[in-house]
Design a protein around this ligand. Structure first.
Ligand SMILES: NC(=O)c1ccc[n+]([C@@H]2O[C@H](COP(=O)([O-])OP(=O)(O)OC[C@H]3O[C@@H](n4cnc5c(N)ncnc54)[C@H](OP(=O)(O)O)[C@@H]3O)[C@@H](O)[C@H]2O)c1
Length: 273
């Protein structure tokens, strides 16, 4: 069945790069983009799940798929990817991968907090620096940066992750302002809790329902439907419940109250009690 997104290949073609493609939301992006006819560069650290996904997408959708094994938190990530892909014409970049540690700021290891900054903040800066310039030269392209409801206000037990997602949101909004006039579609996609392997690994089974998780596919559908739309803003919040929550936090509560209420929720999911 043809997807609503079928014209993405015409708009951005020919290659789309998904950073953090082997599972969860990134895997769903890869599947949807392959279905809409784009050739793919799949990036993550583990080769085996990337190769397995690449094989499935080639077989099911007849697209070309190149696997690039790379650590998105490493300073040389762009060179490492390019050594594996050669000089491909990448017309769409999805920066999806992230790293997070959960726990009180003062009780978590500084190296893991800095890894969050490396993967979630330096990573998109490095990748977009490399891939946006050729898009500008071509006068067309697309960028999706994944953010989170956690990036809208402070949250206990996820301080560095929440701050990194605010960084992603503002980076994407700024690029939207700069690049839209140059023919490049830029979207910040804000997800709420989503049933992915990372979410399941970090959230005790008995508490998952408290976060009202949605599916990776619905996040991807929302993002790909919004990306080419004219006259949208830079950011979408995926999911009706998340939109309502965002309205309440943003327009009804002040910033301090929003942070307190959000932190009550993060503590109830991740805390001892
Ligand atoms: N799931 C949720 O509840 C939720 C909620 C709000 C927002 N989001 C946002 O949605 C995005 C995706 O989340 P997710 O839960 O699907 O999974 P995730 O844990 O953010 O990403 C998993 C993918 O990223 C790759 N990855 C992780 N670290 C990497 C690194 N250093 N270098 C290269 N690849 C790396 C993983 O493969 P390897 O392990 O093989 O490297 C895997 O393919 C994130 O940006 C997150 O902030 C998610």
């Amino acid at each position: 069945m043809a997807r609503k997104t079928r014209d993405l290949a015409d708009r951005y073609g020919e290659w789309a790069l998904v950073a953090g493609a082997s599972e969860g939301i990134g895997r769903a992006f890869a599947a949807a983009l392959a279905e809409s006819g784009l050739d793919l560069v799949l990036v993550a650290r583990r080769r085996a799940p990337l190769e397995a996904l690449a094989e499935t997408l080639r077989r099911e959708h007849g697209v070309k798929v190149v696997v690039a094994v790379a650590d998105l938190g490493a300073p040389d990530v762009v060179d490492v990817i390019r050594r594996q892909t050669g000089d491909l014409s990448v017309g769409l970049v999805v920066y999806n991968a992230c790293y997070s540690t959960i726990g009180e700021f003062a009780e978590t290891d500084v190296e893991s907090k800095l890894l969050t900054v490396a993967v979630n903040c330096a990573g998109p800066v490095r990748l977009l620096d490399a891939y946006v310039r050729p898009m500008i030269a071509r006068g067309r392209g697309g960028v999706i940066v994944m953010s989170s409801m956690a990036g809208f206000q402070g949250g206990a037990m996820i301080a560095t992750y929440a701050a990194s997602k605010a960084f992603d949101a503002v980076l994407g909004e700024s690029l939207w302002a700069e690049l839209t006039p140059k023919g490049i579609d830029v979207l910040v996609c804000v997800a709420g809790a989503t049933s992915t392997p990372t979410f399941e690994a970090q959230t005790p089974a008995a508490r998952r329902r408290r976060a009202f998780p949605g599916s990776p596919e619905s996040v991807v559908d929302d993002a790909l439907e919004a990306l080419p739309k004219k006259r949208r803003g830079p950011t979408i919040v995926s999911g009706r419940l998340n939109k309502v929550a965002h309205f309440f936090f943003d327009r009804v509560l002040g910033r301090g109250a929003a942070s307190r209420v959000f932190s009550r929720s993060t503590r109830s999911i991740y805390g001892d009690g």
